[in-house]
Design a protein around this ligand. Structure first.
Ligand SMILES: CCC/C=C/C(=O)SCCNC(=O)CCNC(=O)[C@H](O)C(C)(C)COP(=O)([O-])OP(=O)([O-])OC[C@H]1O[C@@H](n2cnc3c(N)ncnc32)[C@H](O)[C@@H]1OP(=O)([O-])[O-]
Length: 695
């Protein structure tokens, strides 16, 4: 249609100028991402149209409203002028779906805004607001009112003016005094951050080509690189992740009720507890423009919490400077701090964020149930505690719901929304809407120990520790998982989070500490293999970064640079001697498979139990809350690419070698999927009996 329209306009002498706009207040979100899974190469098809626009003998003006993303922005780059609405956003997000801007965008953008800004946009895929686009020279004008009228006004004004200087393909790439050095440094940075993810590096190479070759040759290079990415497998993983993230918005209750939208105009939200988690939650709420009251039990904690929240908010306000949105946190109508429990009477929604202690949480929920107005929703921030037990302390269990935020809560996008036995559909819908307003990815999951994310993490960490017992070292295990694409391996992660957290929980479960029955075997609990290694480290005060020592050593307490610790190596070999464990060499394949396949195995058990609605939900949780490398699509998608028969065979092998580790025993659901012939991921759920789904 675009091509036809342009040709008609060119051929019609009464047409003096052309304006291109989108429908319904959106310019374009780019190519249909679903189209990339077909072998057709859309980039090759769109590039010539962009060239056609640029070569028009009549001025072409883009009227950008809403979004101009990917191929949409590339179309706008072919236009001679660009007018944007002040609220519009622009970007070349192809990198985030494993591709590059393949419609000549990698060649035109650096010519328009210079190499540093173009590289930044193309290798990160970030969306920028119109105000920033104006500063960069990406658009010629921004308007507050009717963008289309403004674009037509501009088109009329420029009729007759020479178009040569407006054709980006004819412009040289702006020179930098130190282009070579700049590119070298940029490439190192891109490589370091990519960790095996191809698209950012190939995006870099395409922009580099723009600096080294004439336009037409640069375009050829861009197409070659695009084809490499299209067939890399990574693009498929990222495109799967894009749709998986949207699929988690669709959920249903056992009765089949699916409520998507609950609109709240003004909610007064109370965040209870101002520790690290509470501080992050309050910051996120303020950023989402939701009026919030932060409550603490005494003035000392309140003042400490308030100070920390203010620091976070000042930092966020700085980041948002120049943007359309302003943070309004000095206004007491938007954010107030209090120790007055009476304010509970008026709030619509409470997020309790005190520390993980069932007795304390129940006491608070009993109090909330008595004080809060009848419709108020009561959320508990917990990473493992039983929602039903917490709800049992109230007279309104249908309004109690778990909201598992991830630390730091103002940064991490994931929000596990945990549905108890009595939670109502509207409570779930409200929590999902809250997640959306907070720009988080809400995933509805059932109630079980550790919910989805942590429950899958337990066997992964367990295997990592067993591997140490058998002969590996923390840095060797971490290296394998970091090479796979995780930002940090399990031991670095454990040092960061604090070993004492798990220790407290194990003591609470009677797995270690004073409540452990006398005469318990050192390496067995309840008939299963158990490793006391993390407990032994904690007993020696090695809590990780906070104490300067954990699985690694650090420069000081609170230090962040992990160095392998000879003490740990000696301790491990002594431990193996004590327990008569023969040290063996463990190769990278075994490390990777035991850690990942045990985690995936748990995922199959979770699906079979109806704790999550589908594999996409598990993947979204891992991609947004656990640092799973995006270009591998999430653990369940990864399992489907490895092939379920292989995952099963390996689990069987490791399970035979370690019969006292139940988490290595292949789940019945995995076996069934293999038995029916390695079913594709989108069909998995159809093989489950729908007798008693929790979700
Ligand atoms: C090589 C050739 C050159 C071109 C390359 C490209 O352009 S690559 C592309 C470069 N472009 C991008 O990467 C942009 C990707 N898109 C976005 O970033 C966001 O969707 C948004 C900012 C446009 C709107 O955010 P929002 O929070 O307001 O809404 P929302 O996110 O919930 O989406 C609503 C519905 O639209 C759907 N859908 C959206 N876009 C696409 C698409 N391109 N395709 C297909 N579908 C798409 C989405 O799945 C959802 O469907 P559902 O679940 O209702 O059935």
């Amino acid at each position: 249609a675009l091509e036809d329209g342009l040709k008609k306009a060119d051929a019609d002498p009464s047409v003096k100028a052309v304006m291109i706009c989108g429908e319904n207040g959106k310019f374009s979100a780019g190519a249909d991402i679903r189209g990339f899974s077909s072998p057709k190469t859309l980039g090759v098809a769109l590039g010539p149209i962009v060239s056609l626009i640029e070569s028009s003998e009549k001025p072409v003006v883009a009227a950008i409203e809403g979004v101009a993303l990917g191929g949409g922005l590339e179309v706008a780059l072919g236009c001679h002028y660009r007018v944007a609405h002040a609220k519009a956003r622009m970007g070349l997000p192809e990198v985030t779906i494993g591709l590059l801007p393949g419609a000549e965008g990698t060649q035109r953008l650096p010519r328009l805004i210079g190499v540093p800004a173009a590289l930044d946009m193309i290798t990160t895929g970030k969306h920028i607001p119109a105000t920033e686009a104006l500063k960069l020279g990406l658009v010629d004008e921004i308007v507050e009112e009717n963008t289309i009228e403004a674009a037509i006004r501009l088109a009329n004004k420029v009729i007759g003016q020479p178009l040569g200087p407006r054709r980006l393909s004819l412009k040289p790439v702006p020179k930098l005094p130190n282009m070579e050095a700049f590119l070298q440094e940029a490439q190192v940075k891109v490589k370091r951050q990519a960790r095996g993810f191809l698209a950012p590096e190939l995006c870099f190479q395409a922009v580099q080509a723009a600096t080294q070759r004439p336009f037409a040759e640069g375009v050829r290079r861009e197409r070659e690189l695009f084809q490499v990415l299209l067939s890399s497998g990574q693009a498929q993983a990222l495109q799967y992740a894009f749709f998986a993230e949207r699929a988690v918005h669709r959920w249903a209750t056992p009765g089949g009720i699916n409520l998507l939208f609950i609109i709240f105009d003004s909610i007064l939200l109370l965040s209870l507890g101002l520790g690290t988690m509470g501080q992050g939650i309050v910051t996120s709420l303020v950023k989402a423009n939701i009026p919030v009251v932060a409550l603490e039990q005494n003035l000392e904690y309140l003042n400490k919490g308030r100070k920390a929240v203010m620091v976070l908010l000042e930092r966020e306000a700085k980041k948002m400077e120049g943007g359309a949105q302003k943070l309004d946190f000095h206004n007491p109508a938007r954010l107030q701090f209090t120790v007055d429990f009476n304010l509970l009477h008026d709030v619509d929604l409470v997020i309790e964020a005190v520390f993980e202690n069932m007795a304390l949480k129940k006491e608070i929920f009993h109090k909330l149930s008595n004080i809060c107005k009848p419709g108020a929703l009561l959320c508990t921030n917990t990473s493992a505690l039983d929602i039903d037990e917490i709800a049992s302390a109230t007279s309104r269990p249908q309004q109690v719901i778990g909201t598992h935020f991830f630390s730091p809560a103002h940064v991490m996008r994931l929000l596990e929304i945990i549905y108890g036995r009595h939670t109502s559909p509207s409570a779930i819908a409200t929590a999902m809407q809250l997640a959306k307003d907070m720009k988080k990815v809400g995933v509805v999951v059932g109630n079980c120990f550790g919910f989805v994310g942590n429950r899958m993490m337990f066997p992964y960490v367990e295997q990592a520790v067993f591997l140490l017992e058998e002969g590996s070292r923390p840095e060797a295990v971490d290296q394998v998982l970091e090479d796979f694409g995780f930002k940090i391996g399990p031991f670095r992660m454990s040092d960061l989070a604090g070993l004492d957290v798990g220790w407290r929980s194990r003591k609470g479960q009677g797995l270690t500490g004073p409540s452990l029955p006398a005469g318990s075997s050192a390496r067995q609990r309840r008939g299963q293999r158990y490793s006391p290694l993390p407990d032994l480290l904690c007993e020696r005060g090695r809590f990780g970064q906070k104490t300067g020592k954990g699985w690694y050593q650090y420069e000081r307490a609170g230090g962040r640079t992990a160095t392998p610790d000879p003490w740990i190596h000696g301790f491990l070999s002594q431990y193996r001697d004590t327990h008569r464990i023969e040290t063996r060499y463990i190769d990278q394949e075994e490390i990777l498979e035991r850690c990942l396949f045990s985690l995936i195995n748990e995922g199959f058990a979770i699906l079979a139990e109806g704790i999550a609605s589908g594999p996409e939900h598990l993947d979204v949780i891992y991609l947004n809350g656990y640092g799973w490398p995006k270009h591998r699509g999430g653990p369940m998608f990864y399992a489907s690419t490895v092939g379920l028969p292989r995952v099963l065979a390996k689990l069987q092998k490791y399970s035979e070698a370690h019969p006292d580790v139940p988490k290595l025993r292949p789940s019945a659901f995995l076996k069934k999927l293999v038995a029916v012939g390695n079913a594709p991921l989108k069909e998995w759920m159809s093989y489950l009996s729908r007798q008693s789904p929790k979700l």
